[in-house]
Each structure stands twice: as C-alpha cells, then as structure tokens.
Design a protein around this ligand. Structure first.
Ligand SMILES: *Cc1c(COP(=O)(O)O)cnc(C)c1O
Length: 356
C-alpha cells in the first residue's frame, strides 16, 4: 500500500469577478480569494441542495435596487419618464413581475413575448410591441388591446394600414429609426433608415393614411454603450426628426423611446478595464439624455406645448449584476500546454488560476 503514489491534492478552482485594482487577464494573477458562500444571505450549498446544479439565482433585492436607482436618475431630470422592461433581456416570469411591480411597462419583440406580458397581467396599452416579424393576428390583437406598435419596415406598415382600413379604425403608431450617432455602430437591421430618407417616407405614408397616426419615435443604438455622448447625439437626431415630422402632421409626437444600451457594472468579456473604471456613472447618462432632450424640445415650451414623454428600455443594466450562476465542477482536465481546466456542469470550461 505504501508504494502507491499519493493522490493529487484537490483544490477548489478560483473564479472571481474582475475588480478594481486587478490587472487584466494578460497581467498578474490576483491573490485575493473572494469565495462567495451565500447570495443575499442564502447559502450556495442550500440553493444547490434545493434546486440542483447548475442554477441561476436572481437577487430580488438587487433587482429592485437597480431599477429604483436607474429610475431615480431619470425621474429627477425629466417630468415624464417610463421604463419599458425589455423581455428579451430576461423573460423569467418572476423577474418581469418584479419589474412590473416597480412600475416598468413591457417591451416585447415577438408574439410569444407579447402573450407572455399579457399573461403577466400587463395591459395592452402598457406593452411596446417591437420587432421585425409581427404576424397579422398579433398585430390585430395589439391594435384591439391598444398596444404601442413600433413599426419596423414598409411591408409591416402597409399591413397595419390595411388592417386599419378594413376595420375603419384609427391606429396609433411609432416608428423605429436607425441612424448613425457618430459614436456607436448603427444597428441598421432594425427600423427605418433616417439618413437615406426612409424614415421621412414612412412618416409621409402615415400622415397620408386616413386611419394611421404617428405618435412615437423609437431607436435602440446598441448595447453596453460606454460613452454618454452617444445618447446625447441620439436624442438630438431623434428630436430633429420629430420636429420635421410634426411640421407635416396635425398633432404632436407623444413620446421618444431611446431603447436600452446602458452598461451594467459586471465585467464584460473583451472589456479589460474593471467596470468601476470603464463604466461612467448612471447620472452621467441621465444628464446627457435629459439635458439634450431639454435643449432639443425647448421649442415646444416656447410654443406653450407639452414636452414629450421619455421612454427608455434598459435591460442588462437592470438585471445583469442581480444574477449569479451556480455551477459545480464535474471534472478536471490537463490541457496540452500544461494548464488545468475545470469542466463545469453549466456547460463551460474555465481555466484555473494558480493559487498564490
Ligand atoms: C435588447 C434591447 C433592449 C435592452 O438592451 P440593453 O442593452 O440590455 O439595455 C432594449 N430595447 C430593444 C429594442 C432591444 O432590442
């Protein structure tokens, strides 16, 4: 027996978030050991015992704190702000409902998500119906229920126009716009292109239609946007278009929806600075957005008119750092270069840093 080689020592792998003061992944390895043994006071072991592994855990406390903090930043700077929870970011029923309790309406991009929001008790008029693939039956339902329909392209606009004409029913619409802010890469797949005149043409067709009215403008300029000036540019461009559109119709635009894109405070793959350095304050974003909105809609006040409502659709900044993934190591592997890799039951492998 005593000739047997001793069994290799088991070491728990060290996984830790990238934090302030750490070097990036090309630099020195961190020495601090941040073992997370509990999430919001509930032990990780108990969670795994109760729900198995792997398991996603969401902190309700953090989720509520996040949305309240974001809301405060905007509410304190603009008189009429609405947050639309982007269902595609996370459509777990409990998460959606917590956000609806906090006052968020629903932003959906498919019939499936629309139904889900209705099942969650969201009224049709509190649903923003986005997405490039809205079926006729879904549009008919959305019209019946008074949803905010954000039109993505000309064929969809024609379909909605047909439905409205068949029914002789007025339908309020918003246009999804795409344009270059000069800061982010334009997401040109979705919406009407502004610079080429598509968006103007869409607004003209709506104005010329007996049953359609344009009431909102929407754009989503990207995600994890690290420069608040991108939003300033976005708001400026949207307000410029709003003014032009209002000149060609007999009513005002009710709302401007700036989409999502605020960065979370989690470290993102590919961002090597820790989030505390890389991510500006929420207040910087709210200030850039609301400041631009105030300047660009001053003409309304001068004319004794109401300012537009501001809608924003922050997704990841609300939920990202409220979630943890608990996984278990189911095996260890030696890689050809000598490094060790842990195989996790969550379907990922992680390199294990040496302890120091
Ligand atoms: C994905 C998406 C959002 C949420 O984006 P985040 O970057 O997570 O804030 C909001 N609006 C639309 C239209 C989206 O597609």
């Amino acid at each position: 027996m005593k000739n047997l080689p001793s069994a290799p020592q088991w070491e728990t792998p060290l996984l830790k978030p990238h934090g302030l003061g750490d070097l990036n992944k090309f630099g020195r390895r961190t020495a601090r050991r941040d073992l997370i043994e509990a999430i919001d006071g509930v032990s990780v072991h108990e969670l795994v015992e109760a729900y198995g592994s792997p398991v996603f855990v969401t902190s309700e406390r953090r989720l509520r704190e996040n949305i309240r903090k974001i809301r405060r930043a905007f509410d304190s700077r603009w008189p009429d702000v609405v947050h639309g929870w982007s269902y595609k970011t996370n459509y777990t029923t409990a998460i959606c409902n917590i956000l609806h309790q906090e006052g968020s309406i629903a932003e959906v991009v498919s019939g499936f998500e629309y139904d889900k929001a209705r099942h969650n008790g969201v009224a049709g008029h509190d649903i923003i119906f986005n997405g490039p693939n809205k079926k006729r039956v879904q549009l008919e339902r959305a019209i019946d229920e008074g949803a905010m329909i954000h039109v993505d392209h000309f064929d969809e606009l024609a379909l909605i126009g047909d439905i409205a004409s068949e029914r002789r029913q007025n339908v309020r619409l918003a246009l999804r716009l795409t344009f270059d802010t000069g800061f982010t890469e334009a997401w040109s797949r979705f919406g009407f292109h502004l610079e080429s005149g598509q968006a103007h043409e869409a607004a003209r067709r709506i104005a010329a239609h007996p049953y359609l009215q344009l009431h909102g403008l929407h754009s989503h300029i990207g995600t994890f946007i690290l420069d608040p000036r991108a939003y300033e540019s976005q708001v400026k461009i949207m307000c410029g278009f709003m003014r032009e559109v209002e000149a060609g119709q007999d009513h005002l635009i009710d709302y401007i929806d700036i989409g999502g894109g605020l960065p979370s405070r989690n470290a993102l793959q590919g961002v090597y600075q820790p989030p505390q350095q890389a991510v500006p304050d929420l207040d910087d974003y709210a200030e850039a957005i609301c400041g631009a909105l105030a300047r660009e809609t001053q003409y309304r006040l001068d004319a004794g008119q109401k300012r537009p409502r501001l809608i924003f659709e922050s997704g990841r900044a609300v939920v990202d750092d409220a979630q943890s993934l608990i996984a278990s190591v189911c095996g260890l592997k030696m890689l050809p270069d000598g490094r060790r890799s842990a195989i996790l039951d969550a379907g990922v492998n992680v390199l294990i840093s040496a302890r120091n």
